[in-house]
Design a protein around this ligand. Structure first.
Ligand code: ADP
Length: 366
């Protein structure tokens, strides 16, 4: 069992600023956990504290039931893969992978069998005699992963391992790491600033900002139920549309009143939103819930009138950049629907899928 527990972990590099602010999380045995957030939010610092490369200012980290605050990195039963690969340039691929095992005085036959097994898994057996400079970026990254695999650690730590690869190789390596996780059945913690990487790889995702954990959830749950405005805007491409307005009681019932954009509130949302009567809220709705085939085919979905500013045909769908008075938003529509810049369209608005946020706290209301 390699559960990793971060128990009220804080990190300061000096001064009053907390790079990591009360990080609390249990990572389950065999879980693939992703830390995601913009640059500087504290994700690497947190990972490095798990690795033992940074001291923990407050709190405790345990790995497989043992508090490791004072355990040196080499005794934590972890292996880390870095963004820059950190390979020894003068050593062959084989020696790079074998090095850690030699240091730990493993027998030669055991080293050989582990390196062969890892290189088979990663498809780098043909390159074992080469030096890193004779490898492509993707191959180097495989060697770095191989060096972690041969250790058979309880926990794998990845710090932006795909950032130096081109877009195509990144997608390929992403799939390989997912397969590797299934095969090795190890606990993995993976740091990235890329929300697509986070969504496609993680069993669960931790979204961080300014050293604070904003939400921990499965990819779909983050997407469908963002806990606050930051997560709503950070997860998903194109991002969730956000509209400022006021909750009002109109003749026809409760509405979101954004002046040029008025939307009836679903009955099940009214209770919570009634407390915001005459107060400002932010309404969020994903682009696929405005003007999409699903929205257009939903009986009773209100229509909103807006002008087309830009048409972006993506093939499977078309993105429209729209303006309705003081609001701008993005709609994902059927690619065969005719429209051009400057057109006025009436787009179905799937109000059952809208989210409402408190602008003061940024938290989700309903
Ligand atoms: P991320 O990995 O999310 O980009 P980091 O964990 O690297 O963020 O950094 C979190 C915060 O801690 C940032 O404000 C960064 O400037 C600061 N920081 C990171 N490493 C150091 C360091 N060695 N000394 C001082 N401040 C640091």
């Amino acid at each position: 069992m390699a559960e990793v527990i971060l128990d009220h972990v804080w990190k300061s590099y000096g001064g009053n600023l907390w790079a990591v602010n009360d990080f609390n999380l249990t990572i389950k045995d065999k879980e693939f956990m992703v830390f995601v957030g913009p640059s500087g939010c504290g994700k690497s610092t947190t990972l490095r504290m798990v690795a033992g490369l940074e001291e923990i200012s407050k709190g405790a980290i345990s790995i497989a039931g043992r508090v490791v605050n004072n355990v040196p990195p080499k005794d934590r039963d972890i292996a880390m893969v870095f963004q820059n690969y950190a390979l020894y340039p003068h050593m062959t691929v084989y020696d790079n992978m074998a090095f850690g095992l030699k240091l730990r005085k493993y027998k030669r036959a055991e080293i050989e069998s582990r390196v062969r097994e890892a290189s088979d898994i990663l498809g780098i057996t043909d390159y074992l005699h080469r030096k890193p400079k004779a490898l492509s970026g993707g191959q180097r990254q495989r060697v770095a992963v191989g060096r972690a695999i041969v250790r058979k650690p309880k926990v794998f730590l990845f710090d932006e391992p795909l950032s130096n690869l081109d877009a195509k190789m990144r997608v390929q390596m992403r799939a390989e790491i997912i397969k590797l996780h299934a095969r090795l059945e190890a606990t993995m913690i993976y740091v990235t600033h890329d929300q697509v990487e986070a969504m496609t790889m993680g069993d669960r995702i931790v979204v961080m900002k300014d050293g604070v954990v904003l939400q921990v959830a499965t990819p779909l749950d983050l997407y469908e139920n963002p806990a606050n405005l930051f997560v709503a805007g950070f997860i998903g491409t194109p991002p969730m549309n956000l509209f400022e307005g006021v909750i009002r009681r109109a003749a026809e019932g409760w509405i979101f009143d954004g002046e040029t954009l008025q939307v009836a509130l679903q009955p099940d949302m009214q209770d919570k939103l009634a407390a915001y009567a005459e107060k400002k809220v932010v309404m969020g709705i994903r682009p696929e819930h405005v003007g999409s085939p699903v929205a257009e085919n939903t009986v009773g979905a209100p229509k909103i009138k807006a002008r087309v500013d830009v048409v972006e045909p993506m093939g499977a769908e078309t993105y429209l950049y729209m303006t309705a008075g003081r609001h701008t938003f993005i709609a994902k529509i059927d690619p065969h629907r005719r429209c051009a810049m400057g057109n006025e369209l009436h787009l179905a608005f799937l109000n059952a899928k809208a989210h409402f946020f408190d602008p003061a706290t940024t938290s989700l209301i309903v």
